[in-house]
Design a binder for this molecule. Structure first.
Ligand SMILES: C[S@@+](CC[C@H](N)C(=O)[O-])C[C@H]1O[C@@H](n2cnc3c(N)ncnc32)[C@H](O)[C@@H]1O
Length: 258
């Protein structure tokens, strides 16, 4: 039981491996089914069987994060039916794969998906910068750089760190062209936090404990750590803001005490 649990937990740390095995297991099961019943499965049915079975395996057996539901379902359908029905060439698949890899590298490695802070949250963050008279702001994992550019309008030093190559290129370009903020191609874990008055993160529950340890160790006394949506388990936030945007954003505030 223990080894089964830890196997499933290990797979959750490397969801791409789980997703890959789910496709292989599902393929083997379908092949066994076809051979046993001597049934000729039309390609469309095969694609949908593969999609459904692999999705069930990622969720029920490997217990991968919910959003793998979509990936596991769509991947075989596009791969099997794409060349057949939509004349999608292998080159396009290759280019798409590269584009996804350059954009979502952290989704697979650290379970941090790409979702972006909305306008109402930008406004709330600007208010926080005003209220705290912050001089330097940092967005950890800055995505397309929207937060960094919005905060730069407040005439504070606004910095983002991002390692997904495509996101870094696009957001750096946007910062250079608009003269708003600065995006560094830098990993969160190699970023020193002591020079920032407000550090913002919109990441994932999977890394909050590790991140908060870094925050507590490196941020100066009196500075502020703000987490969008994800609480630090076991640490009471100093304040919580519930915004009235569509997704009912919740911001958790942690004031650094030494
Ligand atoms: C949920 S998005 C948030 C984007 C942006 N902060 C916003 O709120 O609009 C998280 C971002 O963190 C980036 N990321 C995840 N882990 C990272 C790491 N270790 N170092 C740098 N960036 C990382 C991802 O590539 C992604 O762009």
């Amino acid at each position: 039981m223990k080894s089964k649990l830890s196997f499933s937990r290990r797979l959750q740390n490397f969801p791409l491996i789980g997703a890959f095995f789910a496709q292989i297991i599902s393929l083997i099961l379908i092949k066994i089914g076809i051979q046993t019943f001597h049934y000729h499965l039309p390609i469309v049915a095969f694609a949908f069987f593969q999609a459904m079975l692999s999705t069930i395996i990622t969720q029920a057996i490997f217990k991968l994060p919910k959003w793998f539901f979509i990936i596991s379902f769509l991947f075989p359908i596009f791969l099997i039916l794409g060349p057949q029905y939509f004349q999608i060439s292998r080159g396009i698949y290759g280019a798409l794969f590269l584009l996804l890899a350059l954009t979502f590298s952290h989704t697979l490695k650290e379970r941090v998906p790409l979702y972006l802070t909305n306008q109402k949250t930008h406004d709330a963050l600007k208010k926080i910068v005003d209220d705290t008279s912050a001089k330097a702001f940092l967005d950890l994992g800055s995505g397309l750089g929207g937060v960094v550019r919005a905060i730069a309008e407040k005439k504070v030093t606004s910095v983002g760190v991002e390692t997904a190559p495509l996101l870094w290129v696009l957001s750096s370009l946007a910062s250079i062209l608009t003269f708003k903020g600065n995006i560094l191609r830098q990993n969160i874990w190699n970023t020193k936090l002591h020079e920032y008055d407000v550090v913002y993160a919109f990441l994932s529950p999977a890394i909050m404990s590790k991140l908060f340890y870094k925050v507590k160790t490196e941020m100066k006394a009196g500075s502020l750590f703000v987490s969008n949506s994800f609480e630090v388990v076991g640490t009471e936030p100093d304040e919580i803001w519930q915004l009235d945007d569509v997704r009912q954003t919740v911001l958790y505030f942690y004031r650094i005490k030494k």
